[in-house]
Design a protein around this ligand. Structure first.
Ligand code: IMP
Length: 210
């Protein structure tokens, strides 16, 4: 196995995401490490189409594009919500299920679609999970990828106004609150993104400050 490539303390990293909720969560996770974060949006980088059929494939595509365009190491996230009764859908199509004809995203409608289709499937299995793939890529094409998952079940109607996306319809195993009701710090401690991030930190980040 090839050795991991670790970022140096003080390194500048591009966050290759155009989703404000995700940028906020990943920036919060990076805060204790001595890494300077700049967003792809702030650099005016284009958002590549997510053409792969896996979370890791799409994160790799976004991270490599941002690293090559900026000349800096780039970190990309690809994530989504999966429902057992729907064979893992919406999965890599999670963001698309929220897309409206005018280009805006409507998560209330996307959640309703998930619940309606799961009910119509006749499958009583309520299991659901979030997956997060994180890829750190360098301008020379080197990349490293990590995947995290949080398992639970879906509820209807949605509950809570915290978080973003599909948070209000997901209850993680061992909890009674949805991600939409939960204190953000608690969500950050157990989320799919936190789990992928822990692996990334162990392999590629400098030791946390302090
Ligand atoms: P993408 O990674 O930009 O392709 O989109 C991920 C999709 O999954 C978006 O629709 C997000 O709202 C949703 N998603 C990802 N992570 C979370 C989460 O932590 N909570 C709620 N929704 C999420």
């Amino acid at each position: 196995m090839t050795a991991h490539r670790r970022l140096a303390p003080g390194a500048r990293v591009v966050l290759a995401s155009h989703n404000a909720g995700k940028v906020r969560e990943v920036a919060a996770l990076l805060a204790p490490y001595r890494i300077e974060v700049v967003s792809a949006g702030a650099l005016g980088l284009p958002e590549p189409a997510e053409t792969e059929d896996s979370f890791l494939g799409n994160a790799r595509l976004k991270a490599l594009a941002a690293a090559r365009a900026s000349g800096l190491p780039a970190l990309a996230d690809d994530s989504g919500f999966s429902v057992a009764a729907l064979g893992g859908a919406p999965g890599v199509r999670t963001a698309e299920w929220a897309m409206q004809p005018d280009g805006t995203r409507d998560y209330a409608k996307a959640m309703a679609r998930v619940a309606e289709r799961a009910a119509a499937s006749g499958n009583p299995d309520r299991r659901a999970w979030f997956t997060c793939a994180l890829v750190l890529a360098w301008p020379d094409g080197h990349w490293e990828g990590f995947e995290g998952r949080v398992e639970g079940h879906w509820v209807w109607p949605p509950r809570g106004t915290r978080g973003f996306g599909y948070d209000p319809m997901f209850v993680p195993d061992g909890h009674t609150e949805t991600f939409g009701e939960m204190d953000p710090a608690r969500k950050h401690a157990i989320s799919h993104r936190a789990r992928a991030f822990a692996q990334l930190a162990a392999a590629c980040l400098p030791p946390p400050a302090g």
